[in-house]
Design a protein around this ligand. Structure first.
Ligand code: ADP
Length: 600
């Protein structure tokens, strides 16, 4: 889908590209053509006017001559040698003044009676020009203009003729010939080819030698015959122009392509085809036309430059567009990527949070289990003493109960009552202990409640009491009269105290002086419990690792190395600290420091 989209887009782009180029080419071609046409028209104007001016000027000359009396007289007296000589002189002078090539007078029969060149070997005198159209035209009464190659000189030129009238009769013709070079010399400078064609379409004046005596179109048989009869172009072949292509509009040539021979730099000749725009105007009634051939190369060049310019602009625009698009894509990709990364991170974080929560719960559970396990382990270690503690009253109860039975049989009721009262007292004592045991052994969470420190101390001592007695350890307790409160968990706090007392008993086993001092101080803000023994104290290397889990110096099976580490955790959870130091008077001192709480 996306690819099809891109394909359609590129096709559209290519079409737009082509359209813009085509349009640009059309516009620039039209503009360039307009410029070329303007130049051509200006040139045409210039050439046409100059040619017309020249022809009109020279047309006056035979007319002036025809009005001279000596011309008439000479024509009327063909045998007067003196008159002819005088006329020849006059014509020679006239010819020089007019800067003409030849000036001569022809009689009505076509025979030349006088000429400016009468004194030269090429004298026209005696020659018959009756076949020349300029003569025939003038004889018919009009002024003649004719272009031809000279019959004797072969030199091309304009023939201006005018009839000489006498009493309403044309008795002769005056002719002035002007060399074609007079016109062409002023034209040869220009680069733009100019051709002048006669009524038959033969190029007879031009600034391009290779186009001379060529025809616009193949000559008709009649035209060719007329030209040959007048010997107008003598023996020129009169081939058509080397047209590769020509466009005619309303009978006039509008543009042509000429095959041109060009001399290459290495001396070889090559043929190229050059296009021209043609502008044409009529020169005179004789059907002469001036054509200016304006090269179309600048048009093509301009179109090429325009195409190049527009094409490069489009290419730049296109590549900018592509670059921008790609950049946008890349940006979008990057944003996508970023969003994906963020999403992944977010999900990972969420998952992690869930896991951490799970783990925390697990950890808490594990910690609780551990605390419980270590508590039970401590109880297990104390069990011998505790069992002994329970056995004693049990045995006593048994004794008192037996006695009571005997006393009742003997109806000694008062004594029996005393015995039974003692039994009650003993079972009360036992139930206190078992109650404490049950409480201690109970699996507890980390619920926080108001705890009275004195009571926890009493309970802990109750649990350790049998052990103290068994090991003959003296325990002294110093505590303030008023209750001391804190926020925590009573059973856990008892667990800490039992632990410290049990550890003290352990180290005192081999000691000579067996004493434990338990102190409780409270200053309103904090409560401090000290447990000091008279044991060996703590080994220096053990001091640092005392609270590490599984650190123990006791033989396998006796210690897990968890007691202190768990105690530390419990006290810490209550916002307090547990520290071990050496007592200045020997032995170890464990201090629990806890924040005090107001009584509930
Ligand atoms: P356990 O009692 O199972 O060894 P504890 O964490 O309770 O584990 O104690 C770690 C160690 O700290 C004991 O093995 C002992 O070396 C030392 N210790 C504990 N209490 C005392 C004390 N009152 N005097 C000297 N050393 C002690």
């Amino acid at each position: 889908m996306k690819r099809r989209h891109a394909y359609a887009l590129s096709v559209l782009l290519a079409l737009a590209f082509a359209g813009v180029l085509w349009q640009a080419a059309a516009i620039s071609r039209a503009a360039a053509l307009a410029t070329v046409r303007e130049d051509a028209q200006r040139a045409l104007e210039r050439y046409g006017t100059s040619l017309q001016g020249l022809l009109e000027t020279y047309a006056v000359l035979p007319r002036l001559l025809a009005q001279e009396e000596r011309v008439t007289r000479a024509l009327l007296a063909p045998d007067d040698v003196a008159l002819r000589a005088a006329l020849n002189q006059r014509l020679s002078a006239f010819n020089t003044t007019a800067q003409a090539t030849d000036t001569y007078v022809i009689a009505a029969d076509g025979l030349t009676i006088a000429a400016s060149n009468a004194d030269t070997p090429v004298s026209f005198v005696g020659m018959n020009f009756g076949f020349r159209p300029y003569f025939q035209n003038a004889l018919a009464g009009g002024s003649g203009l004719y272009f031809a190659l000279g019959t004797t000189s072969n030199r091309p030129g304009f023939y201006f003729s005018y009839p000489v009238r006498h009493r309403g009769q044309v008795i002769g013709v005056c002719v002035v010939k002007i060399d074609r070079d007079r016109v062409e010399n002023s034209w040869s400078q220009t680069a733009m080819p100019v051709i002048v064609t006669d009524a038959e379409g033969v190029v007879f004046i031009t600034n391009r030698a290779d186009l001379r005596y060529r025809t616009l179109q193949p000559l008709s048989r009649a035209a060719r015959e007329r030209i040959e009869a007048a010997r107008q172009y003598v023996d020129q072949p009169l081939e058509p122009l080397p047209l590769a292509d020509g466009r005619w509009l309303d009978g006039a040539l509008r543009s042509i392509s000429l095959r041109e021979t060009r001399a290459e730099a290495d001396g070889r000749r090559s043929t190229v085809t050059t296009g021209y725009l043609v502008e044409t105007s009529q020169v005179n009634e004789a059907g002469w036309h001036v054509h200016v051939l304006a090269p179309l190369a600048p048009v093509d060049e301009r179109v090429r430059y325009t195409l190049l310019g527009v094409g490069s602009a489009l290419a730049v625009a296109l590549s900018l567009g592509l670059f921008w698009r790609q950049r946008r894509h890349r940006l979008r990709d990057r944003l996508h990527y970023q969003a994906r990364v963020e999403e992944t991170l977010r999900r990972a974080r969420d998952e992690l949070e869930v896991r951490v929560a799970e783990r925390t719960r697990e950890l808490q559970r594990a910690q609780n289990d551990l605390i419980q396990a270590s508590k039970l382990a401590a109880l297990g270690q104390l069990s011998a003493g505790l069992v002994h503690e329970l056995n004693q009253p049990l045995a006593a109860i048994r004794g008192y109960a037996d006695n009571a039975v005997v006393l009742l049989e003997r109806e000694r009721y008062a004594e029996a009552r005393t015995n039974l009262a003692t039994v009650v007292e003993l079972t009360d004592r036992m139930s206190v202990l078992t109650g404490q045991l049950r409480g201690f052994a109970r699996k507890t969470g980390d619920e926080v409640e108001a705890v009275e420190l004195g009571r926890s101390i009493t309970n802990a001592i109750a649990l350790i009491e049998p052990r103290l007695r068994e090991d003959q350890v003296a325990l002294t307790v110093t505590r303030p009269p008023q209750p001391v409160w804190l926020r925590g968990n009573a059973i856990r706090l008892e667990q800490v105290l039992v632990n410290l007392l049990k550890n003290a008993c352990d180290v005192l086993r081999d000691a000579t002086e067996r004493r434990i001092e338990l102190t409780l101080d409270a200053d309103g803000a904090r409560a401090r419990i000290g447990v000091r023994d008279t044991g060996p104290g703590i080994a220096p290397d053990a001091l640092e690792r005392l609270f590490d889990p599984f650190f123990t110096t006791k033989p396998v099976g006796e210690g897990l190395g968890l007691g202190l580490s768990i105690s530390y955790g419990i006290v810490d959870a209550f916002g307090g600290t547990l520290r071990a130091t050496h007592h200045p008077d020997g032995g170890a001192l464990f201090t629990i420091d806890l924040p005090q709480a107001p009584p509930p």
